[in-house]
Design a protein around this ligand. Sequence first.
Ligand SMILES: Cc1c2[nH]c(c1CCC(=O)O)Cc1[nH]c(c(CCC(=O)O)c1C)Cc1[nH]c(c(CCC(=O)O)c1C)Cc1[nH]c(c(C)c1CCC(=O)O)C2
Length: 354
Amino acid sequence: MHQSISSPVLPRTDAARFLQACKRQAVDATPVWLMRQAGRYMSEYRALRERYGILEIIKTPELAAEVTLQPMRAFDLDAAIIFADILPPLEGMGLQLSFGKGEGPIIHNPLRTAADVAALQVRAPQESLGFTLEAIKLVRKDLGGVPLIGFSGAPFTLASYAIEGGGSRNYLYTKGMMFSEPTVWHSLMEKLSEVVGQYLLAQAQAGAQALQLFDSWVGALSPADYREYVLPYSKRAIEIARQGNVPLIHFGTNTSGMLDLIQEAGGDVIGVDWHIELKRAWELLGTNVAVQGNLDPVVLFAPWPEVERRVAALLDQVAGRPGHIFNLGHGILPGTPVETIRRLVDFVHEYSSK
Ligand SMILES: Cc1c2[nH]c(c1CCC(=O)O)Cc1[nH]c(c(CCC(=O)O)c1C)Cc1[nH]c(c(CCC(=O)O)c1C)Cc1[nH]c(c(C)c1CCC(=O)O)C2
């Protein structure tokens, strides 16, 4: 790979802010980063995607590092997130993954039987996911002190892709295994919690200064099912990751009815979506955690004055309480205007520092 592909990021922001907020310390301005901040809404990303597939980018550390830096050069963000995806750990376990054109991820040999689960391998992340660990080391050199977030899918969300074979609306096969074959389910979740925990820990050891666990689809479960079939495994993964001694953000969507359980599973920061007022979420969670969120990503398609009004209202809800990290409630959508992102990041800093 040619060296000149990545140029360093000049830190404009106060590099300490994001990690201070994770620890609920006072900050000069609310830190902001955005889930899926590298991606198709940026022309720089689309240009690289014309030449390389998404898995090719993820598995080439120089390219993954470059894509990680693209939004950092364009916006005054307070943290970078390593460019990867939640699904490659499943490849390491023996599942065949591809990204179909415009259809999202496909697992070609989904898990359906006890034998499928028994055949899954638990390999060391250094062996199966070394490319992301390498990308973390590369990108740290160019970040000028701005913190880098490593991440993993959570056991439930990974199980849902592994069992359904892709995205899903009703999780019939996933819940089918959970409800009808609980022994198989528990054995799968045991393996996944080990893989996820070790992967997060390895990312911290490679240089990630914070970690995020994405349990994107866990809101599909009832609180009772979460408690019985998921919580112990997310908790186990987080316990392993904690040996890395970096703050951990525990994120899910549609979790308003089980925030207490998400918190019980662990995390220094709880990520919430827009189905609950941020202030109310924080009241339910109590004073021992920081919060991240929670603007509806579709708001960013509105005219700027409307975006500004809503962002100000969100910041007002939690003003004066240390430990808020501004983010969307879920990932940036393709087609989001780049100029709105630029104004959003600057406005969060400006408004919250007054
Ligand atoms: C569920 C999930 C996935 N991947 C991820 C999640 C959890 C977060 C969430 O809930 O949104 C996480 C993810 N995926 C990607 C990142 C990169 C880091 C960042 O946030 O900038 C992160 C953090 C790159 C990606 N992962 C993917 C893209 C787009 C693919 C492309 O470039 O063609 C990117 C930038 C592909 C992907 N990957 C996944 C899907 C469903 C898809 C297809 C749908 C889509 O295109 O958005 C699985």
